[in-house]
Design a protein. Structure first.
Length: 334
């Protein structure tokens, strides 16, 4: 049985935080909330602990982990080269949902970065993550605390259900406020490359970093520039079908037939499209609120035993980029 410790999201109990830091110091794994999603943390300087993160998630060794630090100075100390661009981005967006890929210092083990000469660094804003990093006194390597390719957790219960006994302690502070993973921006080369969309709009990043290239790769089975850009990712166990409102008639027909065959159908909808659904979830019309709700909704439909999840496509607008990206990946055919 995993130990789940509830803490207040705004002012966590110091004794609980110190206990979690002790578990990490002893080489254990602690799942903790960040403002984006829950992370599965290990001491980034402890190779054995880092290996346990990969095996707990079933994550292939070629996919590097993000390293978390409490502030800009602590993060910059992990970079072999801290450029002006990195500094400016850190000043504007940290603490917050941005990961910067930079050249790493020698002390970060190759296991963390999957042998890459670079490391993804992030200073999270969540008070519990902040308190844990400060109590630990060492950088914490933490991928999202879900089994490989599954839906990221946004509550302690999601972690418990997904990873169960493979984690020593879960700090549960309730729902993560942002709800989807950080933007990953590689600033190790000449031109910054956005490897993963986050909730910070590209325009805001480029206002600080200059023109960005957006990496659109990610073919399943081929080691991509950012391995987390795998085509099918963030996916529930049910089949997911993403549809546009123009396709609703076709989807209505398909759903009716699937139900006649006994399938249980869940849906994430922004309005009533007359599709027959067993477990409908009404989604917010605002992009941030939608992002905050998305993974919890997918976890709910998985738990409700849905075989098919229908998702109404969201608007094709800049504020919706990260959500569209995650919906695309969740619905990619394996
Ligand atoms: O919001 C987040 O970033 C959460 C919280 C826990 O901080 N973490 C997270 O970690 O989403 P993970 O491991 O699920 O995703 C990290 C992504 C992966 O796509 C990984 O391939 C990429 O960042 N990444 C990490 N280090 C990298 C590097 N050195 N070069 C390129 N991509 C890197
Ligand atoms: Mg992940």
């Amino acid at each position: 049985m995993v130990r789940l410790v509830r803490v207040d999201a705004a002012s966590p109990d110091q004794a609980a935080i110190d206990e979690a830091a002790r578990v990490l110091r002893a080489g254990g794994l602690v799942a903790f909330p960040t403002e984006t999603v829950y992370g599965l943390g290990a001491n980034a300087l402890d190779v054995a602990a880092v290996r346990r993160v990969f095996s707990a998630k079933g994550r292939p060794a070629f996919n590097p982990l993000i390293v978390h630090a409490p502030d800009r100075n602590a993060a910059a100390a992990l970079a072999a080269e801290w450029t002006q661009t990195a500094e400016r981005l850190a000043q504007v967006f940290w603490p917050g949902p941005l990961t910067l890929v930079v050249r790493k210092v020698e002390t970060i083990p190759d296991e963390v970065t999957a042998g890459l000469p670079t490391v993804g660094l992030r200073v999270p804003r969540h008070p519990v993550a902040q308190a844990l990093l400060r109590s630990a006194g060492f950088p914490i390597a933490a991928p999202s605390a879900n089994p490989f390719t599954g839906v990221s957790p946004t509550t302690g219960e999601h972690v418990e259900r997904g990873l169960g006994g493979r984690v020593d302690l879960v700090l549960d502070a309730g729902p993560s406020p942002v709800g989807i993973e950080s933007a990953v921006l590689d600033v190790s080369g000449e031109v910054p490359v956005l490897l993963r969309h986050g909730t910070i709009p590209n325009e805001e990043l480029s206002a600080v970093a200059g023109d960005l290239a957006v990496f659109e790769g990610g073919i399943e089975g081929v080691p991509a520039r950012s391995p987390g850009m795998l085509h099918r990712h963030y996916a529930p166990s049910a089949r997911v079908r993403l549809f546009s409102p123009e396709q609703s008639q076709e989807v209505r027909r398909a759903a009716t037939q699937a139900r006649e065959r006994g399938a249980r159908i869940g849906a994430l909808l922004m309005r009533d499209l007359g599709v027959p659904v067993d477990v409908p979830i009404a989604m917010p019309h605002d992009a941030s609120a939608y992002a905050q709700r998305l993974y919890a909704a997918l976890h709910e439909l998985d738990r409700a035993g849905c075989d098919l999840i229908l998702i109404e496509q969201v608007p094709d607008a800049p504020g919706w980029r990260a959500v569209r990206d995650r919906l695309q990946r969740a619905s990619a055919v394996p």
